[in-house]
Design a protein around this ligand. Sequence first.
Ligand SMILES: Nc1ncnc2c1ncn2[C@@H]1O[C@H](COP(=O)(O)OP(=O)(O)OP(=O)(O)O)[C@@H](O)[C@H]1O
Ligand SMILES: O=P(O)(O)OC[C@H]1O[C@H](OP(=O)(O)OP(=O)(O)O)[C@H](O)[C@@H]1O
Length: 216
Amino acid sequence: MTPAPPRGPEHLTLALPKGRILADAISLLSRAGLPLALPEKSRALRHEFPGVTLLELRNQDVPVYVDLGVADVGIVGKDVLIESGRAVYEPVDLRFAACHLSLIREVGATGPIGRVATKYPRSARAYLAARGIPAEVVKLSGNIELAALTGLADAVVDLVQTGSTLRANHLEEVDVLYHSSARLVVNRAALKLRRARLRPLIERLRELTAEEATGG
Ligand SMILES: Nc1ncnc2c1ncn2[C@@H]1O[C@H](COP(=O)(O)OP(=O)(O)OP(=O)(O)O)[C@@H](O)[C@H]1O
Ligand SMILES: O=P(O)(O)OC[C@H]1O[C@H](OP(=O)(O)OP(=O)(O)O)[C@H](O)[C@@H]1O
């Protein structure tokens, strides 16, 4: 693939995660005035729109691209942002992809927690350390609830939205670590260099999310 050409300060490079956030992110950014459309299904990972380059990434890579300045701006879940440990500027809570990260066990489980399985080891370790629980944390990649069902772990730390995954697997939430939703993230140097494009975008997104919160 050809390297990206040098971009003037009027150009934006945008990092979005493929997966459940992509369509809502593109819809919201379009309403905020960016000339975007959902990319056609293809193997292409970089998409050009007038004045905007869209990079299609894994969730965990969005904070990395924004923090290191390859992308000027991105959208990612607060859960992924916390887990990344990167201090990127996070000016707008976009409110969609709302869910919470919880400690989950089999219904009625009361024994000690010796091992916790999760996709969120940083968050899980911080939670356990704050409560003085000396549990081992095992990082898994998906279908985390299975670890509690199979006895791989005494508890799991995973996202809950409707609770239907918990109900379908005879699991229950024991505690909530934190609430998450999609966030706008901005590279701090880009905020200065591309101020003329980023400031109005941030303002418009603040207005749109406030309107949606009040039903406007
Ligand atoms: N059930 C859910 N309901 C609402 N929001 C969710 C739900 N599950 C995840 N999210 C939010 O959407 C984001 C993206 O979720 P998605 O399912 O696309 O990721 P994934 O495919 O599990 O991630 P990965 O890139 O690690 O494979 C999560 O980081 C979280 O912020
Ligand atoms: O409370 P619910 O509405 O059931 O949503 C929660 C489920 O959604 C997410 O899983 P996802 O579908 O992204 O699969 P994954 O476990 O492979 O990440 C999350 O990890 C839970 O399993």
